[in-house]
Design a protein around this ligand. Structure first.
Ligand code: AMP
Length: 407
């Protein structure tokens, strides 16, 4: 098995003597891309996740310059995507004044930064108001770098993007990982490379195409791989089953067959759904039936896993020491199709295993089951976590300084 690059090889804030931070202008890339309803932040998890780094820098008398994006303004200024409500909320969380600017580069930004006192924090405007951000434009990255003496990446959720404020900036400033990035990497690396076994992975979600890389990378690494949700039907079709009107990606059929062949040869035990909740129309109130995988009617679609599948998953969870979960096992947004996903969330909550939840919809499912606090770790990255589990190098991580003498 190829080991994944470990975080110990990258410098983190811990590797900088704290006394050296006093008076330093530290540019911190955070991921404040929070869900908003107008000016109201509906979930502040990502803001809270960056507090540890920010508080540490405040305590050590640095001058803190925060960069973030919000939404997808695609290079235009959009009033609804300004970071002003986020600055206000951050101020409440930190219990201190947060300065806010209407741009992220230029003289209007440089002036207040030059006035910044030790321990003060300024949040600059949405980096994606400039198209140069996602283009990773070197001039733009250089201008961002000129604002500080040190760069800290604490935006794990965006570290798979080669954006100017994530990776371009590291060409012009010493760059280290913040505490959130350090924690995410050490947990994901441990789970992939040296997990407590048995290690089981439960992967669900809509399309197999979006997670095929993950499935391929973890085959042979995990002891048991359970695949559910819409993505399981392309595999069931590849096994020759009738899948009716269930979600299906014909372009992936051949790859699915190869995957199943590889799974047979690998040490990983593969579990696909044994039974399903099926409906004729994609409607929460449609009449449901429970059918075995061999008996999916032609005019019906699978929208949740059935009781036999849930029991099989429970048996695996009971013996597991580490569990990685990404993606719902059914259309959990519709209450009548959420049973399998919620049952699994409750099983994880009861388990003594180390439970790692891989961002996005799985975190939403855990919240819907009201068991968020009972998970060992919920990754803040959606795409970034998946790409890491795929074994890909993340541009925001590879660009950080290497630790010269890793132990
Ligand atoms: P992903 O973003 O790939 O994790 O996919 C999450 C989505 O998968 C959710 O919106 C679910 O509604 C959807 N999903 C899960 N199971 C099914 C299914 N059997 N049929 C259709 N969509 C599904």
């Amino acid at each position: 098995m190829t080991p994944i690059a470990t975080v110990q090889r990258k410098k983190t804030l811990h590797d900088i003597p704290s006394a050296e931070l006093a008076g330093k202008r530290v540019v911190v890339r955070v991921d404040f891309n929070v869900p908003m309803n107008g000016a109201e932040i509906t979930d502040d998890t990502r803001i809270r996740a960056a507090l540890k780094t920010i508080q540490y820098l405040i305590k050590n008398h640095a001058k803190i310059i925060l960069l973030s994006h919000l939404g997808r303004p695609k290079g235009t200024v959009q009033e609804s995507l300004r970071l002003t409500p986020i600055a206000r909320h951050l101020s409440t969380l930190l219990n201190q004044r947060i300065l806010k600017n209407d741009d992220c580069i230029g003289p209007e930004v440089e002036a207040p930064i030059s006035q910044l006192q030790n321990g003060e924090v300024i949040l600059l405007e949405n980096t994606r108001f400039h198209v140069e951000e996602t283009d990773n434009n070197p001039e733009f990255a250089k201008k961002l770098a000129q604002l500080g003496d040190l760069f800290v990446n604490d935006a794990f959720g965006v570290s798979h993007r080669a954006d100017a404020s994530i990776s371009g900036i590291t060409n012009y400033l010493p760059a280290v990982a913040g505490f959130l990035v350090e924690e995410e990497l050490s947990i994901l690396t441990k789970v992939l490379n040296t997990p407590e076994r048995p290690l089981i992975s439960i992967i669900g979600g809509a399309k197999i195409s979006s997670k095929f890389g993950v499935l391929q990378n973890i085959l042979g690494r995990v002891d048991t791989l359970i695949i559910g949700g819409g993505m399981s039907f392309t595999l069931l079709k590849a096994q020759g089953y009738e899948i009716g009107k269930s979600l299906y990606e014909p372009d992936l059929l051949e790859a699915a067959k190869t995957f199943l062949e590889n799974a047979k040869k690998s040490t990983t035990k593969l579990i696909l759904p044994l039974d399903h909740i099926v409906v004729a129309t994609f409607d929460n109130n449609a009449p449901q039936q429970t059918v075995d995988t061999e008996n999916i009617p032609k005019d019906q679609m699978g929208v949740d896993v059935g009781p036999k599948t849930i029991a099989a998953i429970e048996a695996e969870i009971q013996t597991a020491k580490t569990i990685v979960w990404n993606g719902p096992l059914g259309v959990f947004e519709m209450d009548n199709f959420a049973h399998g996903t919620l049952e699994v969330a409750h099983m994880l909550a009861k388990s003594d295993a180390f439970t790692l939840i891989g961002g996005g919809d799985s975190a939403a499912a855990i919240a819907k089951a009201n068991v968020t606090n009972q998970m060992s770790y919920i990754s803040t990255g959606g795409g970034a976590t998946l790409e890491f589990l795929e074994g890909k190098q993340l541009p925001g991580i590879t660009s950080l300084q290497n630790l010269e003498n890793p132990e």
